[in-house]
Structure formats: structure tokens, C-alpha cells
Design a protein around this ligand. Structure first.
Ligand code: NDP
Length: 493
């Protein structure tokens, strides 16, 4: 029988009020892993009430003390890295070296966010009046609602919750339905690290029954969401109507540009890793290669040959290079786009599910490459979120930049070239939140801001030196020690 898990509300592990449950599964085998509360609006109300009550004392706990708890959580994560990585591979499928990287992001983020507890710098500035002090400080916002996807089920909650808590907010966390176990580990670790009850609350359940009520709740002042553009824009509309702060990280259609002077071996390594790592389900995954027409065929042949050789399998097996997709829906989406792609380009690798043996039980799909695809074709424009790559020919850098920037998304882009002048022009002109030179589109480091332009985001950046921005308000404070009424803009004009 599978283990039964509970919500975490006000420092206690409790079932959903309705008593309903759901199960998570191993996408490589279909095995049932655990049973979780299928919560509803009443459970959200309980969690928000607990977070609200805890806010009164948490916001007054000195920031360095708050940060010490986050640091301790980082130490626990480090000690359990391997156990957490294995649990993640079992739950969402990506291979062990990648799940270790996901957990490592949690460790890196814990140490980085903990450092902010002793910085969280404000600004002092001279007043225009004599004997008057002027400064601005960061203040927490209140109760934060955090909604996350399944593809980075440890790293993404870390980017959001660690800075939110260091800043003095309390939180209600609604993880993706496909990865409840990783959320449970995350919250258990904070409990063990000594986080007071009510500061971080966890409510399992669906987007409609838990996510939507959390977004709408009048006592949730700020929202942080990562997921699809469709859901994110819906949340944005509600938050706009209710006047809430909202940070959105949404879809992507990331391009690697390869110029005719590029090192094709290096570009091939980077394309294969960026396109087929995490089975193409990274928000920064490369799903289109904009390649100079002179090297299109040579590069496409190399990448297709490598794609065909990638070993599919259970991510826990050391030899596996590509794990399963997360669920049957994702397989369906990939199948739909491959059917579209057959009319839009030449199939050079993959294009089907593996039929053999154990793989038939899991959500596997062969790494797929289409060549000679037009820039405006659907497979070159729409997010697929699977192991499907489109090669698009370009004449020169100007055309590559134009095609890159015509996308409705703007998360990550990359250029391979040996020409420093072209590299700098691309760094300036590529309209994405992240640009790589001679490196694939994935591999963001936690101490740099993370986020995208256009349809990928709404102007915020997570992590990096911007990590506190989504979770703090600026408060300007004036202290007049002149002992008399001094009127700015009037008495000194
Ligand atoms: P979804 O948007 O379907 O789900 C994301 C989260 O939102 C889940 O927890 C989901 O719950 C919840 N949710 C669904 N509907 C609602 C609602 N109406 N109100 C509130 N919450 C809701 O995305 P996926 O989980 O399928 O993730 C894949 C997508 O995420 C891709 O488009 C990808 O590009 C994007 N992504 C972007 C990243 C970035 O940094 N830009 C990083 C990672 C992913 P439930 O799971 O229960 O449905």
C-alpha cells in the first residue's frame, strides 16, 4: 500500500477537510507512489488564516534570525541531496544527474537567500530640509500565495519561498499535482529546521480547487506563479482585478543560433543537452535551432545522429540519458505536434513512442528532430514542452535575431559564433531575459536574476540580486529632528 501524506497547516499535518485524496505516479513505470489530500477552498481558508496569524510575529523576528532557519534548511537539503534526487526522479522522471542539479539549486538558493538576512539593504539619502533624516527600507508584504509546476519541483519552490520567508512574509504553497512528494520534503525540511508553525503552509490539490481559491483569497496579498502562459495570464487578470502583486514565470520557445563560423561539435553537444535534457520539459529548453544556411545540413545531421543514439529509460538507471515525459497529457501534446511537424519539415530523428519492453509502460517519447522548418511554422513558434526540435535556416545574424525576437516568448536564447563582434551584437539585440554565448539555453545560476520578456513573464525577476523584489514593498521614512514645522517644496523654494 502507498504511504498517505497530509497538508501542513499552522504547524500541524492534517488531512483535507473533505477526506478526499489523490495519488502520484512514477512516469517511468506507472507505479503508484503516494496518496495526498485532494484539498478544497476550506483547506485554503485554514492555511491562509494560519499564515495570517503567524505573520504578526514572523515579520518582527529579526531578518538575520529568519535567515538562519533558511540556512539550516539548506544544510539539511545538502545532507539529503541524494535521497531527494532519487525521490524526484521517481516522481517526475528526469535522470539522476539532473535531479541532483535541481536539489543543488535548492542548496545554492538557501545559502544565497540566507545571506540576504544580513543585507536586505535599504537606501539613505539626504533630505532637502535641514535637520531631517530620509531613508527607504524594504518591508514584507504579508501572506504570499505560491503556485509551482512539476518540472523543477525543488528548485522553483526554493527560488520563491526562501526569499519570501527571509523578507518576513508568511506563505501558502500549492505545488503541482504531479509532484506532491517533493513539496512534502521541502516543507518537512523547513519544519525540521525550526520554522515556526503557520509561517509556511502546504495545501495539496488541483489548480481549480486549491490554486484558484488561493489566488482569489482576500488575505493573500502577493502571488508568485510559475507554469503555463494560459494559467499565468488567467491569474494575472484576477490579480489585476483584485489589486494584488503578482510575479509570473511562464512559457518559452528558446532558440539556439548557430553561425557559419561556430564550433559545430560544441554546438551539437549544447543543442542535444538543451533540447533533450529533462525530456525537453525545461522552461529554458531549446526547441528551435536558427542555423546559418551554409551549415544547416552538417549541423542537423550531427544532432539527428546524436538524438537517435540517446538512451531512453528509467532515470534511476545510470546509463539512461533521457527519462519519460511527466504524464500521458504531455505525451499527447508531443504526438499532436509531431503530426503537425510532418507537414512542416523533414523528420530526421524520432517521431514516435518506443514500443519495446519496459518503455511501453512509461510515458516515453523518442527525441525528435525536424529539419528545413520555416520560421513561422507551428512547431517553430508554439511551445511543445517535449523532446521535439525544429531546425530553421537563416541567412545571417540579422535574420536570426529577427526570428528569435518574433516569438511571443522571451526566456532564454543562445548564439554560437567565433566572432566577438557578432557575439556582442547578439547580446545586445536578442530580446530574452537570459542570453548565452557559446553555451546552450539552459543552466541558469541562482545568483543571477531569472525570468523572461514578453509572453514569458510580467517584468519581474526571481533569484539573483532581485530576489527580494517580488516579496517586499519599499517604505520611505522621514524623521524631522528640527523641532519645528518644515514644509518640503514650500519653505525652501
Ligand atoms: P500549469 O500552468 O498547468 O500548472 C502550473 C501550476 O498552476 C500547477 O501547480 C497547477 O496545478 C496550477 N494551476 C492550474 N490551474 C490553475 C488555476 N486556475 N489557478 C491557480 N493555479 C492553477 O503548468 P505545468 O505544471 O503544466 O508546467 C508546464 C508549464 O510551465 C510550461 O508552459 C512551462 O514553460 C512553464 N514553466 C515555466 C518556467 C519559467 O520559469 N518560465 C519554469 C517551469 C515551467 P495542477 O498541477 O494541480 O494542475
Amino acid at each position: 500500500m502507498s504511504e498517505k501524506f497530509a497538508n501542513y497547516v499552522g504547524g500541524r499535518w492534517v488531512p483535507a477537510r473533505s477526506g478526499k485524496t489523490f495519488f502520484n505516479h512514477n512516469p517511468a513505470s506507472g507505479e503508484v507512489l503516494g496518496e495526498y489530500p485532494a484539498s478544497g477552498p476550506d483547506d485554503v481558508n485554514d492555511a491562509v488564516a494560519a499564515a495570517r496569524a503567524a505573520y504578526a510575529t514572523w515579520r518582527l523576528t529579526p531578518a538575520p534570525r529568519r535567515a538562519e532557519i533558511v540556512f539550516r534548511a539548506g544544510e539539511i537539503i545538502r545532507a539529503r541531496k541524494e535521497e531527494l534526487a532519487r525521490a524526484m526522479t521517481r516522481e517526475m522522471g528526469k535522470i539522476l544527474i539532473e535531479t541532483r542539479g535541481d536539489v543543488q539549486e535548492g542548496i545554492d538558493m538557501a545559502y544565497l537567500a540566507a545571506g540576504e538576512g544580513r543585507r536586505m539593504y535599504g537606501v539613505t539619502t539626504p533630505s532637502e530640509m535641514p535637520n531631517k533624516w530620509a531613508m527607504s527600507v524594504r518591508a514584507p508584504i504579508g501572506v504570499v500565495g505560491v503556485v509551482t509546476p512539476w518540472n523543477f519541483p525543488f528548485a522553483i519552490p526554493s527560488w520563491k519561498l526562501m526569499p519570501a520567508l527571509v523578507a518576513g512574509n508568511t506563505a501558502v504553497f500549492k505545488p503541482a499535482g504531479d509532484t506532491p512528494e517533493m513539496a512534502w520534503h521541502f516543507v518537512r525540511i523547513f519544519e525540521e529546521a525550526g520554522l515556526p508553525g503557520g509561517v509556511l503552509n502546504l495545501v495539496f490539490g488541483s489548480g481549480s480547487q486549491v490554486g484558484a481559491p488561493l489566488v482569489e483569497h482576500p488575505h493573500v496579498q502577493a502571488l508568485s506563479f510559475t507554469g503555463s502562459t494560459e494559467v499565468g495570464l488567467g491569474i494575472n487578470a484576477i490579480a489585476g482585478r483584485l489589486g494584488k502583486r503578482v510575479t509570473l514565470e511562464m512559457g518559452g520557445k528558446n532558440a539556439i543560433i548557430v553561425m557559419e563560423d561556430a564550433d559545430l561539435e560544441l554546438a551539437t553537444d549544447a543543442i542535444v543537452w538543451s533540447a533533450f535534457g529533462t525530456t525537453g520539459q525545461r522552461c529554458t529548453a531549446c526547441s528551435r535551432v536558427l542555423v546559418h544556411e551554409r551549415v544547416h545540413d552538417a549541423l542537423a545531421q550531427r544532432v539527428a545522429a546524436r538524438a537517435q543514439k540517446l538512451k531512453l529509460g528509467d532515470g534511476l538507471e545510470p546509463a539512461t540519458e533521457v527519462g519519460p515525459l511527466v504524464n500521458a497529457n504531455q505525451v499527447g501534446t508531443v504526438e499532436k505536434y509531431v503530426a503537425i511537424g510532418r507537414g512542416e519539415g523533414t523528420l530526421a530523428a524520432g517521431g514516435e513512442r518506443p514500443a519495446d519492453g519496459a518503455l511501453a509502460r512509461g510515458h516515453f517519447y523518442k527525441p525528435t528532430v525536424f529539419t528545413g522548418v520555416k520560421a513561422g511554422a507551428r512547431i517553430a513558434v508554439e511551445e511543445i514542452f517535449g523532446p521535439v526540435l525544429a531546425f530553421v535556416k537563416v541567412r545571417d545574424l540579422a535574420e536570426a535575431v529577427e526570428v528569435n525576437n518574433a516569438s511571443s516568448y522571451g526566456l532564454s536564447s543562445a548564439i554560437f559564433t567565433a566572432d566577438v563582434n557578432r557575439a556582442f551584437a547578439a547580446m545586445r539585440d536578442l530580446d530574452t531575459g537570459i542570453v548565452y554565448v557559446n553555451h546552450g539555453t539552459t543552466g541558469a545560476e541562482t545568483h543571477l536574476p531569472f525570468g523572461g520578456t514578453r509572453g514569458t513573464g510580467n517584468g519581474h525577476r526571481e533569484a539573483g540580486h532581485t530576489m527580494l523584489d517580488p516579496f517586499t514593498e519599499w517604505k520611505s521614512i522621514y524623521v524631522d529632528f528640527s523641532g519645528r514645522l518644515q514644509r518640503a517644496q514650500i519653505d525652501n523654494a
